[in-house]
Design a protein around this ligand. Structure first.
Ligand SMILES: Nc1ncnc2c1ncn2[C@@H]1O[C@H](COP(=O)(O)OP(=O)(O)OP(=O)(O)O)[C@@H](O)[C@H]1O
Ligand SMILES: [Mg+2]
Length: 259
């Protein structure tokens, strides 16, 4: 079945402050959607709220993945339903090796008694690490501990490849990547493009979208998607910034007039 992911009027608060003010978005299998927008407009909040981070309280709206109500699910159930988030700032976990973490994550998504065999897991992990040009030693290091910014991002993509998710959210996967790593990560994403997988890619720069061609580009401002278009929208934002969007839509900066 082709993936269907829909967000309807999603509102969320952090410590009582409303950050998401009614997000509407539909992603079908095979589609790549990019979200761009100024700092602090709620892009990462959207990613975290979808994944079920306990700090974010969803106050309104519906989210469905393949007909199932996502918001009713615990975080692990969301992962089992096929949701995957590559975080803007991946966490470090001392004492858990990367390979143990990956194998547990894969097995957590499988039925009991149907765990992946160690040999099969290692074979898969090694082949994906090779694809991402990662040093095999990274399998045995503690999760993200001491990884450089770019190494953490590459490691997020490794997780994505091994988990085979249905709906992938990449939050600034391009930040911290060197030019070659950007191409490798983009190739990893492109290799994962398929009819039964959708992507939501949060980015600040057109650069990433030169390598991963989005079907739709959305602009997020002040907790809402205020404009949508094709790849040409990202190009215009790169060249002209956000002022023209604000002018066109009559959006006033939130700080203005609050003094
Ligand atoms: N734990 C928190 N406590 C208080 N405010 C928070 C918290 N997390 C996020 N916010 C606020 O919510 C708003 C949206 O943050 P968010 O991280 O979603 O922005 P963003 O669009 O991802 O920005 P960037 O492009 O800089 O990554 C910001 O004003 C931020 O300060
Ligand atoms: Mg962010």
């Amino acid at each position: 079945m082709s993936t269907q992911f829909s967000i309807n009027n999603l509102k969320a608060t952090i410590e009582g402050k409303e950050i998401l003010k009614g997000i509407n978005l539909e992603i079908k299998g095979g589609e790549i959607h990019a979200i761009m927008g100024p700092n602090g407009t709620g892009k990462s909040t959207l990613a975290s709220a979808l994944m079920g981070h306990p700090k974010y309280e969803v106050t309104d709206g519906e989210v469905a993945i393949n007909g199932e109500d996502l918001l009713e699910m615990e975080v692990d159930e969301r992962a089992r339903a096929g949701l995957f988030l590559a975080m803007q700032y991946p966490s470090e976990i001392a004492g858990v090796t990367n390979s143990d973490f990956l194998r547990s994550a894969i097995n957590a998504r499988r039925e009991e008694g149907n765990e992946i065999s160690l040999i099969k897991f290692i074979r898969q992990m090694e082949s994906k690490m090779k694809e991402l040009d990662m040093n095999p030693e990274f399998a045995h290091r503690y999760l993200n501990e001491g990884f450089s910014g770019g190494e953490k991002k590459r490691n997020e993509i490794l997780q994505m490849m091994l988990l085979d998710p249905k709906l992938v959210i990449l939050d600034e996967i391009d930040s911290g990547l060197d030019i070659d790593a950007l191409k490798i990560v983009a190739a990893g994403v492109n290799a994962m493009r398929s009819e039964d997988r959708g992507f939501l890619i949060i980015t600040h720069y057109q650069r990433l979208l030169n390598y991963i061609t989005p079907d739709f580009v959305h602009v997020m401002m002040q907790g809402r998607i205020v404009k949508s278009g094709g790849p040409e929208l990202a190009e215009r934002l790169e060249n002209e910034g956000y002022d023209w969007v604000k002018e066109e839509l009559g959006i006033v900066d939130e700080t203005v007039g609050q003094a």
